[in-house]
Design a protein around this ligand. Structure first.
Ligand code: NAP
Length: 299
């Protein structure tokens, strides 16, 4: 099997390098490499066609949720139009396109987990642009796997765990939003589950479609932050911030340029049943990543 990976230096891309490598010949492209920039589709198309992959995995995206409010053109170009062009390339090659989307396609109403069949209604530019990308892929008719995920963290790149650990060294008090609910999902879990799904798709083309893919369980950003500090404390790491120093605030009390959905729960039954996998609780992935990030740090 030949695979092209786009966005190979991102949080997810970094773990996909590892998880996809055993599947076959892997061409891993990051934005700065020849043919790796989604805003230069002519170069990218040439690079992909020359390689002639069986699978194109797109982990690249414009992920600056707040900045997207003031840069809607860029967000729509990278998250909306480029995936549609990738889908055209995949169609022409008869390749699969694996793509990632977000809980932010939903408006966050209610408190039940969103299903793939629920009507999306994004609240912000990032969500709109990601929805545009999903729709372009689905309308193209190419064979695809689209995974909607949430609250991604990894060992690399910027994410909530790194931010909390950094701020915990600097402050003894922090206010964190308590009314947005979702499941922190590890890039490693996403990458391993993607590799399994790609293997399955190779001999069961009927699995083509859209899936929610996130760790099991749910939490708020506030409880998530306390969990991170708790793990660090249990390891004897000395921080300025203790779990008691974190206080809850509502989304309304903490305005940001982009409106965030309150309910980011994703129903993952379609994924687990189709691919016969179990998605572990969010706590296990977060605990191991916190431990890895703190590894080597003195107490
Ligand atoms: N992070 C989350 O919480 C979250 C939640 C739900 C869904 N998702 C989705 O999950 C996927 C992976 O996200 P992630 O967390 O791994 O994001 P990430 O760490 O921000 O990685 C995205 C990668 O895309 C690259 N990129 C940006 N613009 C590009 C362009 N024009 N051409 C090529 N590459 C470009 C970035 O490169 P630079 O670093 O050079 O900009 C970065 O390496 C994305 O589809 C995202 O929308 C993420």
């Amino acid at each position: 099997m030949k695979l092209v990976l786009l966005g190979a230096d991102g949080q997810l891309g970094w773990d996909l390098r590892r998880a996809l490598a055993p599947l076959g010949q892997l061409l891993a492209l990051s934005r700065t490499m020849e043919g790796g920039d989604l805003s230069c589709m002519t170069d990218m198309a040439r690079t992909i066609r020359q390689f002639y992959p069986d699978v194109i995995v797109n982990a690249a995206a414009y992920t600056a949720v707040d900045l997207a409010e003031s840069q809607p053109e860029v967000a729509h170009a990278i998250n909306g139009r480029a995936p549609g062009e990738l889908a055209e390339i995949a169609c022409g090659l008869g390749a699969w396109l694996v793509h990632y989307s977000t809980d932010y396609v939903f408006d966050g109403s209610g408190n039940t987990p969103w299903r793939e069949t629920d009507a999306p209604r994004p609240l912000n530019v990032y969500g709109e642009s990601k929805l545009e990308g999903e729709q372009a892929i689905r309308e193209s008719g190419c064979r695809h796997l689209i995974f909607r995920t949430s609250w991604v963290f990894g060992r690399r790149g910027n994410n909530f765990i790194r931010t909390i650990l950094r701020l915990a060294d600097e402050r003894d008090f922090m206010r964190i939003v308590d009314d947005q609910i979702g499941a922190p999902t590890g890039a490693a879990l996403l990458a391993d589950a993607s590799a399994h799904a790609i293997r399955t798709a190779a001999h069961r083309p009927g699995v083509n479609g859209l899936y929610n893919l996130a760790a099991s369980g749910e939490t708020s950003w506030y409880d998530y932050a306390r969990f991170i500090i708790d793990i660090a404390e249990k390891q004897g790491i000395r921080l300025k911030l203790s779990a008691r120093g974190i206080s809850p605030v509502t989304t309304a009390e903490y305005p940001t340029p982009a409106i965030r959905p309150l309910n980011s729960r994703l129903d993952t039954h379609r994924f687990t049943e189709t691919f016969d996998l179990r998605l572990p609780p969010w706590e296990s992935g977060v605990a191991s990543t916190v431990t890895e990030l703190l590894d080597g740090r003195s107490c």
